[in-house]
Design a protein around this ligand. Structure first.
Ligand SMILES: C[S@@+](CC[C@H](N)C(=O)[O-])C[C@H]1O[C@@H](n2cnc3c(N)ncnc32)[C@H](O)[C@@H]1O
Length: 222
């Protein structure tokens, strides 16, 4: 019997992703950046078949674990990508194509001299604003209070994002790293933001719209 193709998607690093062709069902796409062993993304794909999910992870061994779970459980709404997050966001993910982004326990790089290795730096919100759909969400967790404060600062300074509460339905699921930190008495810090839809006035000026029929923070899960 022919084995089904791997869920680990082969990337052409010179061409934007064709997200619509990645999955059998055309439905909203969520990204997890730095999926680790995939505890969150496999749970999400299993429990929310009405959305598609992409696990982004640079370590092949970790992606292979996700692949095994996806094959065993026949998760047709899950794909994995082995790539550096910054490159994927800047160059390969099409504009306004992503419904929700999850970033759970990004490596904190606590020493000042390693600061440039952190994912959350001022330009990160620009990458996210480009790929999120209007009203799209980003949900973040970290154990590191210093990094958390950096995350909230850069999103507060970006006019295209509004803070929203993290839904309890998401908080109730803890990731592999989260369970380890919490067991050591280290609490989780949560942050979540909504991309404010940008509108264009008659004279061509771009302005932010806060008018939305939706109550912020109630959109996930749909
Ligand atoms: C601390 S782990 C957290 C894993 C998972 N999110 C969890 O909460 O259990 C961070 C993961 O992000 C991956 N990672 C960190 N920086 C990355 C980057 N720039 N590109 C791709 N993967 C990255 C690491 O390999 C690691 O698996």
């Amino acid at each position: 019997m022919r084995k089904s193709p791997s869920i680990i998607h082969p990337l052409d690093i010179q061409r934007p992703l064709n997200i619509r062709n990645l999955f059998p069902a055309k439905q909203p796409v969520e990204l997890e950046l730095g999926s680790g062993d995939g505890s969150f993304i496999t749970h999400a794909a299993r429990t929310r078949p009405q959305h598609n999910f992409i696990a982004v992870e640079r370590l092949l061994g970790r992606l292979r674990k996700i692949e095994k779970i996806a094959e065993r459980e026949n998760l047709s709404n899950l794909r994995g990508m082995r790539i550096e997050i910054g490159y994927l966001l800047q160059f390969l993910v099409p504009q306004s194509s992503i419904h929700t982004i999850h970033v759970y326990f990004p490596d904190p790089w606590p020493k000042n001299k390693h600061e440039r290795n952190r994912l959350f730096r001022p330009h990160f919100t620009r990458w996210v604003a480009r790929i999120l759909q209007p009203d799209g969400h980003i949900l973040i967790r970290t154990d590191d209070p210093g990094y958390f404060s950096q995350v909230t600062t850069i999103f507060t300074q970006d006019h295209e994002f509004d803070p929203i509460p993290t839904p309890d339905s998401l908080k109730s699921f803890r990731t592999e790293f989260e369970i380890q930190w919490n067991a050591m008495g280290i609490p989780t810090n949560y942050a979540a933001y909504r991309r404010i839809p940008a509108n264009h006035g008659k004279n061509g000026t771009r302005y932010r719209s806060h008018a939305s029929a939706e109550v912020p923070g109630t959109r996930y899960p749909v």
